[in-house]
Design a binder for this molecule. Structure first.
Ligand SMILES: Nc1ncnc2c1ncn2[C@@H]1O[C@H](COP(=O)(O)OP(=O)(O)OP(=O)(O)O)[C@@H](O)[C@H]1O
Length: 253
């Protein structure tokens, strides 16, 4: 569903936010990306979403090479194939929960009643049911808890039948119990709907829900663990943070 092949992104000459990163994310797989601040996680998400273009290398979504697409085709692919969930949810307060979920379909111009997959309202209701909130359709987002709002954001990301879900710190603002709900939902969408999920997180407890966790250091992939436990993740993160020996850093003044 998502393939990065030797992707690099240089913002300034000689400074690479992403450095020769390759990974392959098939349908139904849940991947967590970890790394300290500035290691390139957001840049990786932006390249995967087609919001940023790599300096070199190839990004493929559902087999389509993004570099070959004209802007309109890229916008269409992003809209139809990629769902995005961030910490700041961007739910519109004036719309009901159902209207928020249906919004990507309405913006894409889905005709009421005639669109493939059903009318926007019907598809939004199905997406809301899939995230466990079928009876909150008519509420405004402000009446929902943080976790429920995050689930609405997941429903909105998946309503187009995207297939690839990119999540940027989706549990960063949630308490552990609510975070658990949202992570269980991401796991469920991968297992039962076959969505490929790529989640950036700083939290080892969140990464534990993924099939695989990869670690970025200064733009490079420096580690990869299959279904790791929290302790293993912390060890890997600790290894990454171990400061270089003093003689390599120069004298401490
Ligand atoms: N638009 C930009 N212009 C110049 N440099 C950038 C730009 N965006 C990111 N960078 C640099 O690229 C590197 C990677 O940044 P990125 O935001 O991808 O890291 P991150 O791992 O997501 O960090 P955080 O966890 O703090 O969000 C950093 O050194 C950052 O300063």
């Amino acid at each position: 569903m998502l393939g990065l092949d030797r992707v690099s992104r240089e913002y300034r000459r000689g400074v690479r936010a992403l450095d020769d990163v390759s990974l392959h994310l098939p349908p139904g797989r849940f991947l967590a990306v970890m790394g300290r601040s500035g290691s390139g996680k957001s840049t990786m998400l932006a390249c995967a979403a087609g919001l940023d273009r790599p300096t070199s290398g190839t990004v493929r979504v559902g087999g389509t090479d993004l570099s070959g697409l004209k802007p309109e085709a890229l916008t269409r692919l992003r809209r139809d194939r990629v769902g995005f969930v961030s910490q700041d949810l961007n739910l519109l307060p004036a719309l009901t929960v159902l209207e928020n979920v249906a919004l990507p379909l309405l913006l894409a111009g889905a005709a009421p009643g005639a669109a493939p997959g059903g009318a926007p309202e019907e598809r939004a209701r199905r997406a809301l049911a899939a995230v466990g909130l079928p009876d909150r359709a008519d509420d405004r987002p402000a009446r929902l808890s943080g976790g429920q709002r995050q689930r609405v954001a997941v429903a909105r990301a998946l309503v187009t039948g995207a297939g690839l879900l990119l999540a940027d710190e989706p549990t960063g603002a949630l308490d552990p119990v609510t975070a658990h709900e949202v992570l269980a939902l991401l796991r469920h969408t991968a297992d039962t709907e076959g969505h490929a999920v790529l989640m950036v997180t700083h939290d080892p407890a969140a990464a534990r829900w993924a099939d695989q966790t990869v670690f970025l250091t200064d733009g490079r992939l420096t580690g990869c663990l299959e279904r790791p436990g929290e302790a293993e993740i912390r060890r890997e993160l600790g290894r990454e943070r171990t400061p270089a020996p003093v003689r390599e850093r120069g004298p401490v003044l």
